[in-house]
Every structure is written in structure tokens, then in C-alpha cells.
Ligand binder design. Structure first.
Ligand code: SF4
Ligand code: SF4
Length: 307
């Protein structure tokens, strides 16, 4: 073989044309199609927070139990930001929920399953900070749906698949991930405790509820009583709050008021620690913020993996 020979790059199934909501594509999936179930026989599906809420409620298990039984660990970025993927049946690459009749959790299937054979990508508009969703057709050889004589717009397909609801619930969380990825190495590797908080607020909604209900949380955060009661009773509200909480913990967006006395007490402790350090760089400040929020976990210790 010539030393100049190079293996051809694998051809991506993602078609290079970005589609908008009003643009049409050709595709139809139905039970009678020859490839029925093929797409679920070899999976690589990243789960988003609302996927887990829907599935754990359908299966009537806690989020912790769902995570332990039906997911596998993954990473969302080079820093090891924790992610979760749908589990496979033991010894196979098939989805844990696949049955001979099709998807065993169809009405509550994850967002990625609803989108297929479309892919969703958030793209920054040129020269602005504004993000826009773009859609791409994913054409894999085994999928015969692309040969069906049926076209629809991206918007019609999203509504038919119920994915518009999922996108709404996961939107804030996706923005948090995008921001983390686009800030890259400049921000540095978050601490292990930040990862634990991220995991709790992203995936373990029942653990996060226990955290919000805890004495330690109440001692530190000032929330309107009516809103607080709603958070504990309404899972959708709690999920939205979890993402707000993450923005505060990870990016310092102060949208949840701290109780003045507790904030002052904790700030004094950490200021004293910092004063002992020779210099206070930007990294120190970021660490101070990390330590502040990590201390909330030290108080209450909810939702660590493996509990
Ligand atoms: S959840 Fe359902 S649709 Fe998604 S991969 Fe599993 S079996 Fe297929
Ligand atoms: S048409 Fe595509 S999406 Fe539908 S069952 Fe076949 S492989 Fe899966």
C-alpha cells in the first residue's frame, strides 16, 4: 500500500443541509415497514432531564431507581460533565425498552427517539450571541423510511411526534450545556461537587425535590411561600427551577434570592479562607462561588450517585 494512502473518512449519515421549521423532508415510519425496529437495535441515546421525568413516571419508579436500572454513564464534554445514556439490553446493543411489538415506552419515549430521522442542533447566528435551532435529516442505510412517498414540514413532524413539548421543557438545560461547551477551557474544570450538583439538578428530580425541601436549603434561600409549595407539588415547576438553580450555581446568575443573614455568614467564612490565600485571581473567585454552593450539599448530602 502506498504510504500516501489514507483511509476514507466515514460518511456521516447527517445530511449537510440545515432545515427550518417550514421546510419539507421526505420520510415516514410505520409498523408495516420492512425495517421496523431496526433503529432501536443499535442505540446511542443521550437522555435529557424531561426524558427522565416522563420515563420514571411511566414506569412508576423514583428518578434514582430509573437512573440505576435504565441508564448508563456518559460525559457531555471534555471536562467530564456527567451525562446519561439509555441502557441497552444485556449483551446486545438494543434499547432496553425494545419489544417485538416495537417501543415498550412509546408514549413517553425520549426526545432523540421522537426526532429521528431528524437531528436537532443549536447554532449561533453569525456575529451574534443568538442561538437558533436547526434541523438535519439523518439518513442511515438501514432506515427505509426515507423511501416512503410522504413528505411533511419539520414543524409538522415535530408536532406529530410531540417533541415540541420536550423541547420546551429541556430548552433551558440545553442552553446551560451549550454555554458550558462554548466557554471551553477558559472556565476550567468544575469541581467534583459542582458535577454532583449538576447531576442532581439535571437527572435526579426526586433527589432534587428532597434537597429543595431540606432544612439546609430553606435556611439559605428566600422563596415566596406560595411558590415554594408549588415547587414541591408540581414536577414541571420543579424542573424549571432546577435549571434556574443550575444557572446560579454554574454561572453566578443570581435569580434565587439568598437569605441575608445566611449569605453574610457563609460569605464571611469563605472570605476568611480566601484571605489566607496569597493572591485572589479570577480562578479563586470562581472557586469561592463553587465552595459556597457545594457547602449546601455538605449540609444535606442528598442525591449523590450510589446512595
Ligand atoms: S425508547 Fe423506544 S423508540 Fe427509543 S430506542 Fe428505545 S425502543 Fe426505540
Ligand atoms: S423507518 Fe427508520 S425509524 Fe422507522 S422503524 Fe425503520 S429504521 Fe426505524
Amino acid at each position: 500500500m502506498s504510504k500516501d494512502y489514507k483511509e476514507p473518512l466515514p460518511v456521516s449519515p447527517v445530511q449537510p443541509v440545515a432545515l427550518g421549521l417550514e421546510e419539507k423532508f421526505r420520510f415516514r415510519c410505520h409498523q408495516g415497514i420492512a425495517c421496523f425496529n431496526r433503529c432501536c437495535e443499535s442505540i446511542d441515546i443521550l437522555l435529557m432531564p424531561y426524558d427522565i421525568v416522563r420515563l420514571k413516571n411511566r414506569l412508576d419508579v423514583s428518578s434514582r431507581e430509573f437512573i440505576d436500572r435504565y441508564t448508563r454513564d456518559s460525559e457531555l464534554d471534555a471536562h467530564g460533565m456527567p451525562g446519561l445514556k439509555l441502557a441497552k439490553k444485556p449483551g446486545t446493543s438494543a434499547c432496553v425498552f425494545l419489544t417485538a411489538e416495537g417501543c415498550g415506552v412509546y408514549e413517553d419515549r425520549p426526545s432523540a427517539c421522537r426526532y429521528y430521522a431528524l437531528g436537532l442542533m443549536a447554532m449561533k447566528k453569525k456575529d451574534t450571541d443568538v442561538e437558533e435551532d436547526a434541523y438535519f435529516v439523518v439518513k442511515e442505510a438501514h432506515c427505509l423510511g426515507h423511501e416512503e412517498a410522504h413528505t411533511q414540514t419539520v414543524g409538522e413532524y415535530r408536532r406529530e411526534q410531540g417533541v415540541d413539548v420536550y423541547d420546551e421543557k429541556n430548552r433551558d438545560w440545553r442552553r446551560i450545556i451549550l454555554k458550558k461547551r462554548s466557554s471551553g477551557p477558559a472556565v476550567g474544570r468544575p469541581s467534583q461537587r459542582s458535577f454532583e450538583l449538576f447531576f442532581l439538578a439535571s437527572y435526579d428530580i426526586d433527589g432534587f425535590r428532597a434537597f429543595v425541601a431540606s432544612e439546609g436549603f430553606r435556611r439559605v434561600f428566600e422563596l415566596d411561600e406560595g411558590y415554594y409549595a408549588k415547587l414541591l407539588a408540581d414536577e414541571d415547576e420543579l424542573l424549571a427551577f432546577a435549571h434556574r438553580y443550575l444557572r446560579q450555581v454554574l454561572y453566578g446568575e443570581q435569580s434565587i434570592a439568598l437569605r441575608a443573614d445566611e449569605a453574610a455568614r457563609r460569605a464571611a467564612i469563605y472570605q476568611a479562607k480566601l484571605a489566607a490565600r496569597a493572591t485572589q485571581s479570577g480562578e479563586d473567585k470562581a472557586r469561592q462561588q463553587d465552595e459556597f454552593y457545594e457547602s449546601l450539599l455538605d449540609d444535606d448530602q442528598p442525591g449523590e450517585r450510589g446512595e
